[in-house]
Write a protein that binds this ligand. Sequence first.
Ligand code: ATR
Length: 296
Amino acid sequence: MNPQVSTKSTPLSALYNTETPPAGLDLLGLIGYPLDNSPSDTIHNTYCQTVGMPALYGKTNLSANDLGNFLNQSKAVGIKGLSVTMPLKEAILPYLDTLSPEAEAIGAVNTVLFQDSKIIGHNTDGVGAIRAIEQALGEPVSNKRIVIVGAGGAAKAIAWEATQQKAQVFILNRTKEKARLLAEKVGASYDSLIKASAVLNEGCDVLIQTTPIGMLSNHSLIPPVILKPTMLVFDIITKPATTELLKGAQEQGCKVLHGQEMWIHQALEQYKLWLGEAAIIDESTLRTAVNQSAKQ
Ligand code: ATR
C-alpha cells in the first residue's frame, strides 16, 4: 500500500490543505502512515487554541521514499517541527543533519526540529514514559525495579531512558535473543517471557507492557494472578484505553497507568523542543483535549 501523497503536493498543502496558512502561526505536523484515524491533529489544535499558543498542527500520510524531499521542502517553507510515527521512525534517520543523544542511542526519531537551517531528530518517547511513571509513583524511578515486556522500538526508548535515570531494568520478551540484544545495549537484565512469573516474584515496582498485544484482542501476555498489589502496571497501548492487562491489574489491586499518559508527556516535551521559551506547558488542558477526542 502506498500513502496517498501526490508528488506534486508540497508540505504546506499536504499538511494544512493550503499553500498559504495563516501568518503568525508556528507550523507543526505529523508524518507517518496510515494516519487517517490519528486524532493527533485535532488534539494538538484544540490544545493550542485553548492555551493560546499560536501554532497550527497538520498531518499527512507519507511514504519512506518521499521523506527526503518532504523534509527539505518543509525546511524551505518554514515548518518548525514534525512528529514522526510508524513506519518512519527509523527510515527518517538518513535524512537528518543531527541527532539528539537519546535519538542516537535509541536509533529512532519521533520528533523533528527545523532549526538554523538544520534538520534535527529527537526522541521524546522514553522521556514521556518515564515522566508519566514518575508522576504515578510520586517519586523518581532511580533504584526502582522496572520490568519491561517486549523488546521492540517502544521498549528500547523506554528502557534507555529508564536506565539513564538509574532504574534497574529487566527485559522480558517472547524471543529471548531480542531481549538479550536490547538488555546489553542499555545495561539491563533479561529473560524469556515464559519466565515472567519467576521474574516478577523476585521483585517488581513497575511493569511496562510495550507489545501490540492488547490492542486488537482481549488477551494479556501477563496473567493477572502473577501481579502483586504493590506494582504499578503500565500498558503503553492507547486503544482500548483499558487493556485486558490493566483490567486484570485493577482487579489485583495494582495502581495502573494508561497509554495516553505517555502520549501526553511525550507531546509536552515536543512543544518544548519545537517552541522553546514560547511553549505553553499545561498538562491538564492537554489531558482534557485527549479525553475529548477519545469521546468523538
Ligand atoms: P514496536 O517497534 O512498535 O515496539 P516491534 O518492533 O514490532 O514493535 O516489536 C513488537 C514486540 O512485541 C516484540 O517484542 C515482539 O516479540 P518478539 O521479539 O518475540 O517478536 C512482541 N510481540 C508481538 N507479538 C507477540 C505475541 N503474540 N506474543 C508475545 N510477544 C509478541
